[in-house]
Ligand binder design. Structure first.
Ligand SMILES: Cc1cc2nc3c(=O)[nH]c(=O)nc-3n(C[C@H](O)[C@H](O)[C@H](O)COP(=O)(O)OP(=O)(O)OC[C@H]3O[C@@H](n4cnc5c(N)ncnc54)[C@H](O)[C@@H]3O)c2cc1C
Length: 407
């Protein structure tokens, strides 16, 4: 049977919608299947994004409703409360309301001709001799087979469909377990500053964050490699020397739990008739766990490669390998640098972290970082800031720590 659709996109998260939008703009007939009844709900994400990256994806400025706040300052704390405060010349990041952001992407995609089917769960891939030919969808107990020339898998971290192709999912060694909470009654927080709480005592293998909104509420969360994230969050809010002053009397209004894959992009995100994008392909920053910008970047590449594949009548993995190659060109260097940074941060003891933050403040690393604008492509940022003398001293300090930790 000839497929009626050029592409099926599984998942109406930001990455699925952006892939669908770009495919539609390139002339493809696309349907997105989303298992939930509403796009963007439930949300599990802090929505902290780089303004520069959003702009380069054609997504900034955004409406004032979607953008909850913008930030020109970041304060980093050790577990004992030592602080390194970086003030930037202008706002470099923003916090978006993820439900509204996802909704906006879906509306834009719909306006470009994409069809959305909500409350529709893709149960399995349809394959013929290993070649993906479409999806089997369940909606209100009704099953339907949908044929498409290509399936774009943007199912998020669950990776159920990815595994059906025989592709390997992300490395579980890089997994952290996160909690994201919305809180009210926050004290002593600058409204344009993001607070970052580092160290094993409060967030082993990751960090905690506090992202204020302009209305006095905030998003707070953390991730951890081991243990219960909710218990770590309670400890952070009640015991951390700085966070407890800001959050000790706060009230949690909503909490969500989700995992983040920090192990770098999966080795192969394509198969015959199939592309994987976003969290399912672990297109996530290993340092911060941010996956929106990397996912959107790869979604655009996926749409370009898929649309050309459809035009050529060759959606085989032979041609679709171009997707992996182009994603690697776009992200590979930065992901490799960030993987090393994450490994290094994880190896530091809380005492070493405390001493490192104190040393950085003394030698003026905060000032050296004052004109940073790029926070996603951190390998490139590192190359830029390393031109500054304060950063040479910091590099020498960290190299010594690194060599000590690995000797
Ligand atoms: C606590 C936390 C905080 C975070 N904070 C940030 C941040 O500040 N900045 C940042 O950049 N990133 C952040 N992230 C990461 C970010 O949330 C993800 O990288 C991003 O949501 C990935 O988008 P996606 O579209 O690939 O997947 P998702 O957003 O997970 O979307 C996948 C969609 O697919 C749907 N779906 C799944 N399976 C099926 C199926 N079989 N059929 C139909 N639909 C299906 C799901 O319902 C969902 O809507 C955070 C993550 C966590 C856990």
């Amino acid at each position: 049977m000839t497929p009626l659709l050029d592409a099926v996109v599984v998942g109406g998260g930001p990455v699925g919608s952006f892939a669908a939008l770009n495919l539609a703009r390139l002339g493809a007939k696309v349907t997105v299947f989303e298992e939930h009844a509403e796009i963007g709900v439930p949300s599990h994400c802090a929505g902290h994004l780089s303004i520069r990256s959003l702009r380069s994806l054609g997504l900034y400025p955004l409406s004032g409703k979607i953008v909850e706040n913008t930030f020109a300052q970041a304060n980093f704390y050790s577990p004992t409360g030592t602080e390194l405060s970086v003030h930037l010349a202008r706002p470099v990041t923003c916090a978006v309301n993820r439900a509204l952001f996802d909704g906006y992407l879906a509306e834009t995609a719909e306006a470009a001709g994409v069809r959305y089917r909500l409350s529709s769960r893709v149960r399995s891939l349809l394959t013929e001799n290993g070649f993906v030919k479409g999806v089997s969808v369940e909606q209100k107990d009704k099953r339907e087979d949908i044929l498409a020339k290509i399936v774009v898998d943007a199912e998020g971290i669950s990776s159920r469909l990815l595994k059906q192709t025989g592709l390997s999912a992300f490395n579980r060694g890089g997994l952290v377990y996160a909690v994201e909470a919305e809180i009210e009654n926050v004290k002593d927080v600058a409204s344009d500053a993001v607070e970052v709480f580092m160290g094993k005592n409060y967030a082993p293998g990751f960090y905690g964050w506090l992202i204020p909104r302009l209305d006095g509420t905030a998003k707070v969360g953390l991730a951890t490699r081991t243990g219960n994230p909710k218990e770590f969050l309670q400890r952070l809010m009640l015991k951390h020397p700085v966070a407890s002053k800001q959050l000790g009397k706060a009230r949690i209004m909503r909490m969500a739990f989700h995992s983040i894959s920090l192990g770098g992009s999966i080795a192969r995100a394509y198969a015959d008739g199939f592309l994987a994008v976003g969290d399912v392909a672990s297109q996530v920053k290993p340092t911060t766990g941010g996956g929106v910008v990397f996912g959107l970047t790869c979604a655009r590449i996926a749409a370009e490669v898929a649309s050309e594949a459809i035009r050529r009548g060759d959606v085989s993995s032979n041609y679709l390998g171009l997707y992996q190659k182009r994603c690697k060109e776009a992200l590979g260097f930065d992901v490799n640098v960030m993987l090393r940074m994450r490994k290094f941060l994880n190896a530091l003891s809380d005492e070493q972290l405390d001493a490192a933050l104190r040393f950085c403040a003394q030698i003026g690393v905060d000032k050296a970082l004052g004109d940073v604008e790029e926070i996603d492509f951190q390998g490139q940022t590192l190359l830029t800031v390393l031109k500054k003398p304060a950063m040479w001293a910091a590099l020498a300090y960290f190299l010594t720590l690194y060599l000590t930790a690995h000797s």
